[in-house]
Design a protein around this ligand. Structure first.
Ligand code: TYD
Length: 214
C-alpha cells in the first residue's frame, strides 16, 4: 500500500499551492505521487462538486449538502484513492473526511455521530495516514480567499460568503480534531509560501522516515 496524506484548513489557507509543491518535491525523490481533491477527483464527483460549490445552489439544505459530499467521496475513494494506494502511490488529497466534520458538523451544526457514520460509509476504511492542518487566523484566510476569487472571478464562493463566525467554528473544529487524532500535524500556515513549504516538507519527511523504520 502507498501512503495517504490529506490537507485540511480554512478557506484561503494555501493548501492548493502547497500540494503542488509537495508533489513536485516527492516526485523528485522518486516517489509516484497522485494529487487529487474533494469534493471531486473523478468525473462523477466533479459533477457533484459543481452543484455543491455553485453560488446558485443556495437552496441546498444542509442535510442534502452532507449527503452530496458523502456521495462524491464514496465515488472518489472507489475510483481514484483506493486504486492509487493499492498501486503503492503516495496520494495527496486536498480535503477529505475531516472537512465534513469541520464544515458540516462544526460549521452547519449537523449531528457529529451521524457525520462520523457517513464518513465511515463513504471512505470504506480508507483513512489518511497523515493529515496536515494548515492553520491560520480566519481574518488572514478570508482576506486571501477573497483576493483570489476577485482575481480569477471564479464562481466558487458559496462558503466564502458565510459569516466570520461560521469560519471561526471551522477553524476551532479543525484544531480540536488535530488535538484528538494522532494522524494530524498542525502546520503554521502564516509566513511566506517558501516558509510554509519547508514546514510541510519537514513534517512529511518525518512521517515517511517513521514509516520506513522496520
Ligand atoms: P475548494 O474550492 O476546494 O475550497 P478551498 O480551495 O478553499 O479548499 O472547495 C471546497 C469547499 O467545500 C470548501 O469550502 C470546503 C467545502 N467542503 C465541505 O464543506 N465539506 C467537505 O466534506 C468537503 C470535502 C469540502
Amino acid at each position: 500500500m502507498g501512503y495517504f496524506i490529506t490537507f485540511e484548513g480554512i478557506e484561503g489557507c494555501g493548501k492548493s499551492t502547497q500540494i503542488v509543491r509537495l508533489a513536485a518535491s516527492l516526485r523528485q525523490q522518486g516517489y509516484t505521487v497522485r494529487t487529487t481533491r474533494e469534493p471531486g477527483g473523478c468525473p462523477l464527483a466533479d459533477a457533484m462538486r459543481r452543484i455543491l460549490l455553485d453560488p446558485k445552489s443556495s437552496e441546498l439544505v444542509p442535510r442534502a449538502e452532507l449527503l452530496l459530499y458523502a456521495a462524491a467521496r464514496a465515488q472518489h475513494v472507489a475510483e481514484v484513492i483506493r486504486p492509487a494506494l493499492t498501486a503503492d502511490e503516495i496520494v495527496l488529497c486536498d480535503r477529505y473526511i475531516d472537512a465534513t466534520v469541520a464544515y458540516q458538523g462544526m460549521g452547519r451544526g449537523l449531528d457529529l455521530a451521524l457525520i462520523h457514520e457517513l464518513n465511515r460509509l463513504a471512505s470504506d476504511g480508507v483513512t489518511p495516514d497523515l493529515t496536515l492542518l494548515l492553520d491560520m487566523p480566519v481574518e488572514t484566510g478570508l482576506d486571501r480567499a477573497r483576493q483570489r476569487n476577485g482575481a480569477d472571478n471564479d464562481a466558487e464562493g458559496r462558503f466564502e460568503a458565510e459569516s466570520f463566525a461560521f469560519h471561526q467554528r471551522i477553524r476551532d473544529g479543525y484544531l480540536q480534531l488535530a488535538a484528538d487524532e494522532v494522524r494530524f500535524c498542525r502546520i503554521e500556515a502564516q509566513g511566506t509560501i517558501d516558509e510554509v513549504e519547508q514546514r510541510i516538507t519537514a513534517a512529511v519527511e518525518d512521517f515517511l522516515q517513521a514509516g520506513q523504520t522496520p
